[in-house]
Structures are given as C-alpha cells and as structure tokens.
Design a binder for this molecule. Structure first.
Ligand code: DGL
Length: 282
C-alpha cells in the first residue's frame, strides 16, 4: 500500500476538470496538481516549447515523489507523451489520448469527431490513436477534426451558457455536424466546462467523450488493488506558477467544488541566446 501521491499536471487550470474526475474515481488517493498558469496556453505554442515545458513540469512532480503521472492536458499528451514517459523514469504515465480513443471507437457508430487546441489537432495524435484502436476492435471509422482555440478563453471567462459561446460553437462545430459525427471527443481539458453548449449544438444523439473522465477510470483500473486506502480525506496539493486574478473563481468552476489552497512555484531558468539566432543576425 502506497502513501505516495498521484502527480497531475496541465498548462493551467483546465486540468482541474481531470482532477474533478480523479476525486470521483479514486477518492482515497492523494493528488499533487501543477497548473503552469504562468506559461499557459500551450495549445498555440511550438512543438519545441511544449516539449520543454512538459519535461520541466514532469520534473517538478517527480520532486514531490509521486507514484504516477497523469498528463491532464491534451496538448502535452498529443505532443510530448514520450518525453514525459522518458522523464518519468519508470513510473507509470497516463495521457489523455489513448484511453479516449479506445472509448470513442467502442461507443461510436462509425463517425468520430475530435475537437482540441490548434497544437493537438495539428499533431494528428488522435487520428493515429483512433486508427490503431479501430484496427484492434475490428471496426471501420471515419474521423473529422476541428481546432476550437476560442473555447479556452470562453471557458475561463465562465461563459458556459452565453449566446456568444453558442454562436462560436456553431461556427466551429457545423462541419462536424454536417459530416454526421455521432461521437465527439472533447480533446482539451477546458472543454468539459462547455459541454452543455457543445451538446446542444451537436444534437442530443451525439455522444460526448470527456477525456479526463476516461483517463480517471484508467487510473482507477491501473491502481487496482494497489490503491491507497486512506480512511481520512487525503490532503491534496495544488501548485501553480502564477496566481491569475480570477484563479480562485475559475478554478472552483473547473473543479466543481472548493479549491484547496494553492501554492506558487517559480521556475528558475536562465536566458540563453540560441546559436542559430546569432548566426542569422550577423
Ligand atoms: N488544457 C489544455 C489542453 O487540454 C488547453 C489549454 C492550453 O492551450 O494550454 O490542451
């Protein structure tokens, strides 16, 4: 029986929707959550930058002696899963994409939509995982994708039932609806907060898949009998790299309950001018 915590990280507070699912699936487990609120968003950044951030975030969690890492960010899961696995040096790592692809193929009648950040969609990671799963489950599937970058600020603004969000959702999702998507992967940890509007725009018959909920069930299955059996409520740790003005209010909306006190961590890095940049400026 282990008293070590499960480490969870995201680019910011979106990953709290995954924590919400973990608190439900493995309530006895202690969690250490890191939200990189100083460097969010990751979804519009280059692959090189996301790889570097993912490695640094993993190292921070490892310094808290975690027994498992959950990448509560679809962008990092899409781009940097292997780097996180490598940095984690043998402890189990759960990303958002594989569990979600498995569930989507299982539930779909054949047409799967994926929405996410620009980086997640550009990576093609979901299509690749879905193709592997379809083969494994001997099913034929077609996939359609849409990047929905404005959903992240709308979710953080709390416009979860706002006319502007509905209009933007119609703009982003109309192509998926017209193509007959029957199962839609919410491939960004911010999006569950907007699930009502997304469901309304897509139609009641479309199955929405919350990547965090699926991943939390995988954590539960992986821990199995090795799960910690605390009799008292575990004391969770929330770490952030900046404290945005709306942090408490937004965080509680994502988490669905009172947010434990957050502590700030500061990444001490030194600026280094890249060689290539010097060469081109000469
Ligand atoms: N939470 C991130 C994800 O799941 C989206 C926010 C960001 O762009 O960093 O991809």
């Amino acid at each position: 029986m282990s008293t070590q915590a499960i480490g969870v990280f995201d680019s910011g507070i979106g990953g709290l929707t995954v924590v919400r699912e973990l608190l439900h699936a493995v309530p006895q487990e202690r969690l250490v959550y890191f939200g990189d609120t100083a460097r969010v968003p990751y979804g519009s950044k280059s692959v090189e930058t996301v790889l570097r951030y993912a490695k640094e975030d993993t190292e921070l969690l490892l310094s808290h002696d975690v027994k498992m890492i959950v990448i509560a960010c679809n962008t990092v899961s899409a781009i940097a899963l292997n780097e996180v696995i490598e940095a984690a040096a043998g402890i189990p790592v759960i990303g958002m994409i594989e569990p979600c692809a498995k569930e989507a193929v299982m539930l779909s009648r054949g047409v799967i939509g994926i929405i996410g950040t620009e980086a997640t969609i550009a990576s093609g990671a979901y299509e690749a995982a879905l193709a592997i799963e379809a083969k494994r489950q001997s099913k034929k599937i077609t996939t359609y994708v849409a990047a929905c970058p404005l959903f992240v600020p709308l979710a953080e603004e709390g416009w979860t039932d706002h006319g502007a969000t509905e209009l933007i959702a119609q703009e982003y999702l109309s192509g998926l609806r017209e193509n007959g998507v029957d199962t839609l992967i919410l491939g960004c940890t911010h999006y569950p907060v907007l699930a009502n509007i997304i469901q309304r725009v897509m139609g009641a018959s479309v199955t929405l898949i919350n990547s965090g909920a699926v991943a939390a069930r995988q954590v539960e299955a992986m821990l199995g009998k090795h799960s910690t059996t605390n009799t008292t409520e575990p004391k969770h740790t929330i770490l952030v790299s900046d404290v945005p003005r709306k942090f408490q209010r937004v965080g509680e909306r994502f988490l669905g309950r009172e947010l434990p006190e957050a502590r700030q961590v500061v990444f001490k890095e030194a600026w280094v001018v890249k060689r290539e940049a010097i060469a081109t400026s000469e």
